[in-house]
Design a protein around this ligand. Structure first.
Ligand SMILES: Cc1cc2nc3c(=O)[nH]c(=O)nc-3n(C[C@H](O)[C@H](O)[C@H](O)COP(=O)(O)O)c2cc1C
Length: 381
């Protein structure tokens, strides 16, 4: 089946996905309002192109380097759990595809290959380690140490998940990981006590005070719902790596993140999998960019499916964007090669959008390249 864009790849992948995995990937919290608004928000902006500007040669690399490096386009691989659900090579294929097309990659705490194994296939490519801070701080500290030793460049703390969002399809399907797929970073009895990976695959047990019996002892390896910005300061105190914060949707949290010492911000709502009805990320972006005012980089994920989406996010002030679900579709479609197809299609689309808008590089994208549908954005009350 020939594929011309990411929708084609999604459709092709869906032919081979079992219902439980398909629902796990495409699903989100409650009525999936935020899942769909993350995507539709891009349609609230139209591009104002400029012509006659010599676009014979166009460079797609980002305005600012990321950790001193230029990437193919200002887009990377957002962290998502258990890539083995898509392909036996899982995150090894993801890491190889990231490296081969020069995209940065963020690895989930709940990867199905260990962070060390992914680091090996990634060579010197840029890796972020997405960290959940567990009640058992020793577990998180050890993950940070391992990420440092394996050459990761930043710790990306997800702050939007004190409890798991209410995902009906996962409940209906009684989602469980197939045999042979596990949270590889925790395999081999390295950590005391049970590891709760239910954050991304079992929803029944979560909620304030729920399912206490599963975790014996005072400090279980369950994501700590008691986190505050003090914990970002704590993380900074235990590592030399940069600490970035994923899940910021407001100017207030952006300011708090900066005050806590964050080196970068990801505007994200977890792909609509946590709080349904929160701001679509594209609409949260302008207030965060304004509050940050250039002090640290602002990245974004959520709903990016086309080259023109990357263009719009950059025009609204994002320094860099990341994609989640399309990675899984690409892997399912054809492993490493399928993911490279996703990357190539986005690169080609983005390059063409730049040229057709009159830009020879992302650094020429400005707010003036967009116009918005009347009444289409939200503002603080
Ligand atoms: C199946 C799946 C698993 C995910 N697992 C994680 C995770 O382990 N940690 C995390 O911070 N975000 C996780 N995310 C959220 C992504 O990092 C990202 O925020 C989101 O997918 C971006 O939206 P998009 O899928 O519309 O591109 C997951 C998303 C999906 C779809």
């Amino acid at each position: 089946m020939p594929v011309y864009n990411l929708s084609d790849i999604e459709a092709a992948a869906k032919q081979f996905i079992d219902k439980m995995t398909g629902d796990f990937w495409s699903g989100g919290a409650n009525e999936l309002l935020t899942v769909s608004e993350n995507v539709s928000a891009y349609g609230d902006y139209r591009i104002r192109p400029r012509y006659m500007r010599d676009v014979a040669v166009v460079s797609t690399t980002a305005k600012n380097k990321l950790f001193g490096k230029e990437f193919a386009i200002p887009c990377g691989i957002a962290p998502s759990s258990f890539h083995k659900l898509a392909h036996a090579d899982g995150e090894l294929a993801t890491g190889a595809a990231a490296k081969s097309r020069n995209w940065p990659m963020a690895i989930s705490s709940y990867s199905s290959y260990s962070l060390e194994d992914v680091s090996k296939v990634s060579g010197d490519n840029l890796l972020f380690f997405q960290l959940y801070v567990f009640k058992n701080r020793d577990t998180s500290t050890d993950l940070v140490r391992r990420a440092e030793a394996a050459g990761f460049k930043a710790i990306l703390v997800t702050i939007d998940s004190p409890f798991l969002g209410l995902r009906f399809s996962e409940r209906q399907n009684k989602f469980t990981l197939p045999r042979g797929i596990l949270a590889a970073n925790f395999a081999g009895g390295r950590y005391a006590g049970p590891i709760d990976v239910s954050i991304d695959h079992k929803s029944e047990s979560k909620g304030p005070g729920a399912n206490k019996s599963l975790f014996e002892g005072p400090k279980p390896n369950v994501i700590d719902p008691g986190l505050t910005w003090e914990d970002i300061k704590w993380l900074k105190s235990i590592t030399t790596l940069e600490v970035w914060v994923k899940g910021v949707l407001t100017s207030e949290d952006a300011e708090d993140a900066i005050q806590a010492g964050a080196s970068g911000i990801w505007v994200s709502n977890h792909g609509g999998r946590q709080l349904d009805g929160c701001l679509p990320t594209l609409h949260a972006l302008p207030e965060v960019v304004k509050a940050v005012n250039g002090r640290i980089p602002v990245h974004l994920d959520g709903g990016i499916r086309k080259g023109s989406d990357i263009f719009r996010a950059l025009a609204l002030g994002a320094d860099f964007v990341w994609i989640g679900r399309p990675i899984l579709w690409g892997l399912k479609y054809n492993g490493q090669e399928g993911l490279e197809t996703v990357e190539r299609l986005l690169e080609e689309e983005f390059k063409l959008v730049l040229a057709l808008s009159g830009c020879t590089s992302p650094s020429e994208i400005t707010k003036g390249h967009l116009t918005k549908r009347p009444g289409s954005t939200w503002s603080k009350l």
